[in-house]
Design a protein around this ligand. Structure first.
Ligand code: ZN
Length: 234
C-alpha cells in the first residue's frame, strides 16, 4: 500500500502523524510526504527566502529519516487558498503519487487556515483525481484514494475516532521532528514551549487515551462510500 501524508507546513506531519507513517514504513508500506507551504514566516531573524530554503532542507532531512518520498509544493506560508490553480496542483500531486490512502489536515475542526485549506482541497479533489476530463500533467488515478484526517495541534477541537499505537515508533517521530532545528527557538519564542516537549506530551496524551504509551489520533470523514485505511491500521 502507498500512503501520502500532506502537511500544510514543514513540521506538521512530524507533530501529527509521523509515528503512524513510521509504523506503515516498518510494516513494509510505501510512504510519501508532501508539504503545501514553504514555512517562510517561521523566523524572526531570517528573510522569507532564507528561512524557506532552510525549512525545505529540514523537511527533506526528516523524510530521509523515514525513507519517504518527498514533495514540496512551495505555496506562501499563511496564504494558501482553495482556488482552481491550487486544486489542479494538488490533483496532479495525487496523480503523481497514486496513493491508496491520504492523510491530511481536518478541514472542519482545525483552527489554522493553512491546515483547513489544505485539508479542504484534498477533500474537494478526492474524486476529481480519477476524472479524465480534468487534465493535468500526470494521468488520472485508477481509484479514489481513502482519506483520513489527522489530529489538530494540541488536539484542539478534535475527538479522535481511531487511534494508532506508535509506542514502537516514537523514537523515529522524535528523530524526524529534531530535523526541524530552525523551529526550536521559534517555538519557544512564539508559544513558550520547546517543539520536542509539545510533541512528546501530546503523543503521550493520545497514547493514554488508547491505553498505550504513545499514540496518534485520526478521524474518518463521513462520506459515501466511507473511506478507510485499506490495511486497517487506522
Ligand atoms: Zn502547521
Amino acid at each position: 500500500m502507498k500512503v501520502l501524508a500532506i502537511g500544510a507546513h514543514p513540521d506538521d506531519i512530524e507533530f501529527l502523524c509521523a509515528g503512524t507513517l513510521a509504523k506503515y514504513k516498518r510494516l513494509g508500506h510505501e510512504v510519501v510526504m508532501a508539504i503545501a507551504t514553504n514555512g517562510e514566516v517561521g523566523s524572526s531573524t531570517l528573510s522569507k527566502t532564507e528561512i524557506a530554503a532552510i525549512r525545505r532542507c529540514e523537511a527533506e532531512a526528516s523524510a530521509a529519516v523515514l525513507g519517504a518520498e518527498f514533495h514540496w509544493l512551495g505555496y506562501p506560508d499563511e496564504f494558501l487558498f482553495n482556488d482552481a490553480r491550487t486544486r489542479l496542483r494538488f490533483i496532479d500531486l495525487v496523480r503523481q503519487v497514486r496513493p491508496d490512502l491520504v492523510l491530511c489536515h481536518d478541514p472542519e475542526n482545525d483552527y489554522h487556515p493553512d491546515h483547513r485549506t489544505s485539508g479542504q482541497i484534498i477533500w474537494d479533489i478526492r474524486v476529481m483525481v480519477t476524472v479524465p476530463n480534468i487534465v493535468t500533467e500526470h494521468p488520472p488515478c485508477a481509484k479514489i484514494p481513502a482519506t483520513v484526517y489527522m489530529d489538530t495541534i494540541g488536539g484542539v477541537n478534535f475527538i479522535p475516532e481511531r487511534y494508532v499505537d506508535i509506542s514502537a515508533d516514537i523514537s523515529t517521530k522524535r528523530a524526524m521532528l529534531a530535523c526541524h532545528r530552525s523551529q526550536e527557538q521559534w517555538m519557544i519564542d512564539m508559544f513558550g514551549v520547546p517543539a520536542a516537549d509539545m510533541m512528546e506530551s501530546f503523543s503521550r496524551m493520545r497514547g493514554f487515551q488508547c491505553g498505550r504509551a504513545f499514540g496518534e489520533g485520526f478521524r474518518v470523514p463521513p462520506v459515501w462510500p466511507r473511506t478507510v485505511d485499506p490495511e486497517g491500521l487506522i
